[in-house]
Design a protein around this ligand. Sequence first.
Ligand SMILES: Nc1ncnc2c1ncn2[C@@H]1O[C@H](COP(=O)(O)OP(=O)(O)OP(=O)(O)O)[C@@H](O)[C@H]1O
Ligand SMILES: [Mg+2]
Length: 411
Amino acid sequence: MLNDIYYTAIDIGTSKVCTVVARVGPEGQLKIVGHGLAPSQGVKKGQIINVDEAQEAIEASIEEAHSSLGSRVPWAYVSISGNHITCTNTNALLHPSDQNGQVSLEDVRTLTDMSYPEVPFGKEVIHVIPINYVVDGYRSMRNPVGIHAGRLQVESLAVFGDHDNVNETTKVIQNSNVEVRSLVMGGLASGEAVLTESEKELGVVLVDMGAGSTDVAIFKNGTVWYGASIPVGGNQLTRDLSVALGMPYYFAEELKIKWGHAKPEAIDREAEVLLPSFQGRQRRLINRTALCAPMVDRLRETFGLIVVKTQQAGLHRIPAGGIVFTGGTSEMPGFQKLASEALGCPVRVGAPRNIPEISIDHQRPSYSTVMGLLQWGIKQHSERRVRPPMDKRSFSQKPLLERIKQVIMVN
Ligand SMILES: Nc1ncnc2c1ncn2[C@@H]1O[C@H](COP(=O)(O)OP(=O)(O)OP(=O)(O)O)[C@@H](O)[C@H]1O
Ligand SMILES: [Mg+2]
């Protein structure tokens, strides 16, 4: 117990704010010891749009986690999402400091620091992740420590978020008396929770379809390689249904969860659904396939947007690991079948894995981000985080970079 470390993850989603606390023992044994869940407010398409409302939901979620844990948590890993997230590749090169040309851990750390990008105006750095090392201009490797090299090059993935979004996310957590240990791109966190090592090796597109956004993260050679977010999610399906049926949004949400099916014709072509009465209107029957049609259309359209994102990422075809969907929208029955038909590649729906003894609820795809945040945090803990090198700090950027440091530093 004395050497146990507590990790907290907070996923700020469009539909829910979820806090999970895990205890990790000296041998790495992990146990979920606290959790809190609050309906989200003030969050749209994955981004905070009303600080006060979001604050209330976040505090409620943290408070519930505190009471189930029996104490407060000082810091947390926090998700960040939304279509303000962008990424780019950066490079740096050095000659090993050792006289014999042997690459040291310090060389690798220095090189990673050197690959820290110039920060575009209005943006903040969320991650700088080394994705590949090239030795003497031709030999690619993942960990060059100990090898002999005349020169060592690194290719890193830099992930940016809008300054205001990063600031607001950090502020609402800090206002709840919890320090942000690190912001983590939502798709990256979900990937930690649901992907297998062999999928990451082969190359895979991770897609987290939530309520307000669809996060895309591409992995290959064992590491994340691209990240983006599409501002469409399950809320759009509900809105389409509510318009099609001419009924209020909350009725449509209930109908979607109860009767929504991505391949309704595969179940029963004749099945009918009794619509609720509202505003004095008569109850009426509707064919289930017809009820699902607008949602199926929207799903197909979203699959098309996902393909566009992969093309923008530079992929000419979907990698061998296929597409792994997660997030609440992928819980719709028939989802996997529709997606694999529409996309013409291997598709599976993934949920959090490799976390022992989690509740049935936490095993659902809508909890992938929060569970992945924990896994990501635990993995990063022993590694030193990248920090912006001094020569990239212009005078005008200083206050901004101090915040970046707070966001990306661990320990
Ligand atoms: N069985 C189901 N069928 C269809 N949709 C579902 C089902 N279960 C949940 N959803 C939808 O999943 C969405 C919630 O998913 P999730 O919890 O992953 O979102 P979030 O993390 O809050 O939002 P985001 O990541 O977009 O900010 C809602 O739109 C909800 O209607
Ligand atoms: Mg989400």
